[in-house]
Design a protein. Structure first.
Lengths: 273, 304, 286
């Protein structure tokens, strides 16, 4: 079975960064997650290297977003949420005793499905994380960091003349890139993206995908997507989830051309979804 | 069929029109009855402080002073408490406590004001008198705390009004906080916010509605009559002191209306009622406008 | 960058904030507990059969009760309902049926405005309209004042309840050939009726506790009276005059009257809550 199941446009191999083996960024060990009595995630184990883009794919309701949210403990705010197993980031279990959740969330940034800028100016949105975490000691440092983040998110040219206008006056795609800038401002190591382009038109989607490719050099990115072509375009590794379990995980090329599990193949060829 | 529907619409419309008519009639009747006093005294009515019905001198400044002072004092005490309750019930408390707490705050709103007044006279006033006697001499020197410790006065009125205002502001603030999309708080948490900071982000989003809730409480305090008149001392004087017995617009109307023997006296009291009507109209209108603006904004923000 | 150092004061602030919110809840419940405690403990002492069966004794003589006041309150609220229920319910029907029209918006605005008018001002209005022309206080004037207060409450709850009735019911009626009038009156209103009645009961409980609008409309009466055109006593006004009087005995009776008032409010609130919960359960089962 060597025919590709999905056309996989890949950048030339020489420009892809090499993996550093033996240095895991995220190491999840037999994770199960419960909403009260209901089990949403079953015995998931996955190892993610630094500076790669990993895509989580699967049909809706399969638990990929839930799993993403366990990585920065966003599920903590839901009453009745319970975790079994370990999620180690840079060697330390984030669900261990005495873990500072606030500091964790600074290190592991998140971008949401529907862009959710605060009802403030563009500048104030990006500065928010910097302010609450006391990350800038002077006004000029703050302004500098905001500019840096907006440039990283490839939106600086569009907003540099309207930094103090309301963030809500921008288009959906611009707002999402603003949210990415906001997340990047606090200098996370890992960026979690929960279907970041699902509410956007194709052109805006393309810009986000280009952005992800550019960010890979400096960040470890995990992106949840229901769009298989997007996963194929953007990620180095892909994990396929189904009904709360991790079915298959491996290099994107392999998953899309020669998956080991029949379930994976069925999903990719559209037999269910 | 068409004409029958029209008949239906007209006949029930007549009842709705009656509602409209009543409100306009209130305005007209108040204006009509106060015309005598308005003509006689003009704007000086609200600048003079002498209220001497026997001599025919009517200066209403003490009443508007008393109303504004007591209401603002009540607002200052009630607002933090009401917002704290709203935040606790909607964001912080365990789900099982939510319904009972809401029920209890609604109970506070349902207690008749005469019962507040009764409790005010026999329980709160002696307590305030005690507080006033315990005030150290150094504080007594300040105009804010000057005067004999009678118990009745502005402080007692402010306190009882605050208790009455809390459930109103709190329930509207709670409703307003419910409409803030969860993603706003999630965005804050994802950036490393503490609980307080995330709730603060939600409250910022809801600020228009929260101000509306506070104004609603203000409107409530402005119009309250019975509880205030039983604890404020009913003395038409303009005083900065919390200990001094003073008078409000609604209290003077309630107390002296049946004693108004001549037309001018009555007209003066009705004029006070008219101004109270206008002030509460404006405050409540503004508050409802703010809350409505907030309700309108939310869907469009989410649809980005 | 040492993140640990900066996070600690923020966390303390967050914990203090949570504590402050919990404290506010306690702070609000304290006066509630206080009031209920005093009303019950003081009131229950004077609440005996005499209280309900006898009229007040002349000044200074011990004993007597509030029979005339209780009957007065019942009649006043009955009058108020007679005025407010037709106008309020039908206005509510209009507001829900013809929602988008300018007239409906004006009426809704008027209802919300009327809701916010201080009760003393409504008393002044009722005085001018129903007392002054006839030169004496009367139960009718008092009932008018209370009725005016009830109208916006009933109108708004009726409107909201009618909007909750599923559209499928209306469409079903119209599909069977009913006119709009018939569909509304024979299908929608009966469906919303339990809620409307609950709304009326709550509004009644609210006005039963009003004092200010009665001070110069129904005024008060030391004797038993059921005449519409004469002043009549009411629990609230009676409690007021007893409270500001210098007589210990009257003070005790004031507490008893307060207990009766609070009981009425409590019973109506609980009944209303149970009724809405029951309707919600029935709806949920559909």
């Amino acid at each position: 079975m060597n025919r590709p199941l999905v056309a996989v446009p890949r950048p030339p191999a020489s420009s892809a960064p090499q993996h550093q083996e033996g240095q895991l960024k995220i190491d999840v060990d037999h994770l199960s997650f419960y909403y009260g009595a209901k089990r949403a995630l079953e015995d998931i184990s996955i190892k993610i290297q630094p500076n790669v883009v990993t895509a989580f794919i699967g049909p809706s309701g399969c638990g990929k977003s839930t799993f993403l949210r366990t990585l920065n403990r966003m599920n903590d705010i839901i009453p009745g949420a319970r975790v079994e197993g370990r999620v180690c980031i840079d060697g330390g279990d984030v669900y261990g005793q005495g873990v500072d959740v606030v500091a964790l969330r600074r290190k592991v940034g998140m971008v949401f499905q529907k862009s959710n800028p605060f009802p403030k100016s563009v500048f104030e949105n990006v500065a928010y994380g910097l302010r609450i975490n006391n990350m800038a000691s002077s006004r000029s440092e703050l302004t500098g960091r905001v500019e840096e983040s907006l440039k990283q998110a490839a939106i600086w040219d569009e907003v540099k003349d309207r930094l103090h206008e309301s963030a809500l006056a921008m288009s959906g795609g611009q707002q999402q890139r603003l949210c990415i800038a906001r997340a990047l401002a606090v200098r996370p190591d890992i960026l979690l993206m929960d279907e970041p382009a699902s509410a956007l038109d194709p052109i805006a989607t393309q810009r986000i995908e280009e952005l992800i490719y550019g960010l890979k050099k400096s960040y470890t990115i995990v992106i949840v997507t229901h769009n298989m072509q997007q996963a194929a375009r953007v990620s180095d590794h892909t994990a396929f989830f189904w009904l709360g379990r991790l079915v298959e995980y491996g290099r994107t090329e392999k998953i899309f051309t020669a998956p080991s599990e029949k379930l994976t193949e069925d999903y990719l060829t559209g037999r269910f979804g | 069929m068409r004409s029958r529907d029209l008949g239906f619409r007209l006949s029930i419309g007549a009842f709705a029109a009656a509602l409209l008519l009543i409100v306009t009639a209130i305005g007209f009747e108040l204006a009509r009855q106060s015309w005598l006093s308005i003509q006689r005294f003009g704007f000086d009515f609200w600048r003079t402080s002498t209220w001497d019905p026997v001599a025919g001198e009517f200066g209403a400044l003490p009443f508007i002073w008393g109303t504004l002072y007591s209401s603002i004092l009540a607002l200052a005490i009630a607002t933090p408490v009401a917002l704290g309750i709203a935040v606790f019930v909607s964001e912080l408390c365990p789900p099982v406590l939510r319904a009972p707490l809401i029920f209890l705050t609604e109970l506070l709103a349902a207690i008749p004001s005469i019962v507040y007044g009764l409790w005010g006279i026999f329980v709160l006033v002696p307590f305030v008198r005690l507080l006033e006697t315990w005030t150290p001499e150094s504080m007594r020197a300040l105009p804010l705390f000057s005067g004999p410790p009678l118990g009745v006065g502005m402080l007692a009125a402010g306190l009882v009004l605050a208790v009455m205002v809390v459930p109103f502001t709190s329930s509207v603030a709670r409703e307003v906080l419910k409409t803030v999309p969860m993603t706003q708080r999630e965005a804050a948490y994802a950036l490393g916010a503490t609980r307080f900071e995330a709730i603060r982000a939600a409250m910022f989003y809801a600020r228009t509605g929260i101000i509306g809730a506070i104004m609603l409480g203000f409107g409530r305090a402005l119009g309250e009559t019975m509880a205030v008149t039983m604890v404020i001392g009913n003395n038409p004087q303009v005083s900065l002191s919390l200990f001094a017995p003073q008078y409000t617009m609604s209290a003077v109307v309630a107390n002296e209306f049946t004693e108004a023997t001549d037309a001018l006296y009555l007209s003066a009291l009705v004029e006070i009622g008219l101004v109270l009507f206008i002030i509460t109209l404006l405050v409540n209108g503004l508050s409802r406008g703010l809350i409505w603006t907030m309700a309108r904004q939310v869907p469009s923000k989410v649809a980005a | 960058m040492n993140s640990l150092g900066t996070v600690a004061p923020r966390k303390i602030l967050s914990a203090l904030f949570v504590a402050a919110c919990a404290l506010s809840v306690a702070l609000a419940l304290v006066p509630l507990a206080f009031i209920m405690f005093f009303v019950v403990s003081q009131g229950i002492q004077s609440l005996n059969l005499d209280f309900f069966l006898h009229d007040p004794r002349p000044v200074g003589e011990p004993g007597g009760g509030m029979r005339n006041a209780i009957v007065g309150t019942l009649m006043l609220t009955g009058l108020a309902a007679a005025i407010a229920v037709p106008i309020g319910v039908v206005s509510g029907i209009y507001l829900s049926e013809y929602r988008g029209t300018r007239f409906a918006s004006a009426v809704r605005f008027a209802a919300d405005t009327l809701n916010g008018v201080p009760s003393i001002v409504i008393g002044v209005f009722a005085y001018g309209v129903a007392v002054l022309p006839f030169k004496h206080f009367s139960m009718l004037a008092g009932g008018l004042a209370l009725g005016i207060m009830m109208i916006p409450l009933i109108a708004r709850t009726t409107e909201e309840l009618l909007l909750l009735v599923p559209n499928a019911l209306r469409e079903g009626a119209l599909a069977l050939g009913a006119t709009r009038a018939k569909a509304v009156m024979t299908v929608l209103v009966p469906a919303a009726l339990p809620g409307i009645i609950t709304g009326v009961v709550l509004a009644l409980a609210r006005v039963a506790g009003e004092t200010a609008p009665l001070l110069f409309t129904s005024f008060g009466n030391p004797f038993f009276s059921t005449s519409l055109t004469q002043p009549v006593s009411s629990i609230t006004v009676q409690v007021f005059s007893y409270a500001i009087s210098p007589y210990e005995d009257w003070h005790r009776q004031a507490w008893a009257g307060a207990l009766v008032l609070v009981s009425i409010v409590l019973i109506c609130s609980v009944a209303a809550r149970m009724a809405t919960a029951r309707v919600a359960r029935i709806r949920g089962g559909q």
